[in-house]
Design a protein. Structure first.
Length: 222
């Protein structure tokens, strides 16, 4: 009888130790959010894939809502948000698109910010894709990440689910894959981060070529 009681105690103790090593998806997502809350600014290389198109460039972000992407593919294309105005320069069309933007507007790129993650926690529920252990970023890759799946809490959200691949060593987002209800996926790969390097606000003042045509409030134009 004493032997059975000892085995029972040992089993309970082992289960408790195991449980202490379990980090829930919600807790892991919270840790990622808390890490981004400490970031004043960052730069990174970014690759964007949407449908059949692929774009590459360099992203600059400054807390709370300044964002700029200088593209190398398409060459010279720029997206810049100064906190109030979104400007997109399309060199192939010699067009400048300007739009006053609500700060709650979210692209895949600005999901990788403290504010973006805060909104995700409000409107999406996190779970692990396969578990809390790190797995290769993709088949054949030596880069290890923890994959979270965020599923929308209501049908009004633009993305039905979002996959976040997070580096467990830096707690930085390596890849975002956002899928629409129409099963269209937008992928954002972030590499070569430079954190808290003191980016000036001047970085987010963009003067597009004067020869290009301006189109204001293009999101709501008929």
């Amino acid at each position: 009888m004493k032997k059975l009681f000892f085995i029972f105690q040992f089993s309970v103790f082992s289960l408790l130790l195991h449980a202490q090593g379990i980090l829930t998806a919600s807790s892991f997502f919270k840790s990622v959010s808390e890490n981004y809350a400490t970031i004043k600014d960052y730069e990174a290389d970014v690759d964007i894939k949407a449908s059949r198109s692929t774009m590459s460039g360099h992203i600059s972000y400054k807390n709370p809502n300044l964002l700029r992407i200088d593209f190398t593919n398409p060459e010279e294309q720029v997206i810049c948000f100064n906190g109030d105005l979104l400007t997109i320069y399309l060199p192939g069309s010699a067009a400048i698109l300007n739009q006053t933007v609500d700060n709650s507007n979210n692209t895949g790129a600005n999901l990788a910010t403290s504010q973006g993650l805060s909104l995700l926690s409000r409107y999406y529920s996190p779970s692990y894709e396969t578990g809390q252990d790190a797995v290769p970023l993709e088949d054949g890759s030596d880069e290890m990440v923890v994959n979270l799946i965020l599923r929308r809490r209501n049908m009004s959200e633009a993305f039905s689910h979002i996959k976040l691949s997070v580096s467990p060593s830096t707690m930085l987002i390596r890849r975002i894959e956002a899928t629409t209800p129409q099963n269209e996926t937008f992928s954002f790969d972030f590499k070569n981060y430079v954190i808290n390097n003191g980016i000036s606000d001047q970085r987010f003042i963009y003067d597009p070529p004067t020869s290009a045509n301006n189109y204001n409030n293009f999101l709501f134009s008929e």
